[in-house]
Design a protein around this ligand. Structure first.
Ligand code: FES
Length: 116
């Protein structure tokens, strides 16, 4: 069923169950790369662009987390980001942050609420 409102066009990204816990997955929305990160019952979505060099974070498809599964990691130079805020907490772009995109989970479906 289409899920749209005039103010907030929504895009169905995936089912919550499609994401491992913890886990992550990449998507292309309106031609732009984004990724979703799951931590428990919460999901966070970011533009897939490292603030250090402006390139995608992952080398292996859908792998955006470090080995602990608790931090987002850029594969190029190892920058680490908090899943909840996108804040860079270690690495060459420390103090910078990922571009967060509003999302919500409804009936097990993850919706992106804004255009990347
Ligand atoms: S491009 Fe991400 S840490 Fe350098």
């Amino acid at each position: 069923m289409p899920h749209q409102s005039i103010d907030h066009p929504s895009v169905a990204l995936c089912r919550l169950d499609d994401l491992a816990d913890p886990g992550s997955k990449g998507f292309v929305v309106q031609g732009r790369p984004v990724f979703a990160v799951r931590q428990g019952q919460r999901v966070f979505v970011y533009l897939n662009r490292c603030p250090h060099r402006g390139i995608p974070l992952e080398w292996v498809p859908d792998q955006f987390l470090d080995s602990s599964g608790r931090l987002i990691q850029c594969a190029s130079h190892g920058a680490l980001f908090l899943p909840e805020s996108g804040d860079c907490v270690a690495g060459p772009c420390s103090g910078d942050r990922l571009l967060a995109l509003a999302c919500r989970i409804e009936d097990g479906q993850v919706w992106l609420l804004e255009s990347p």
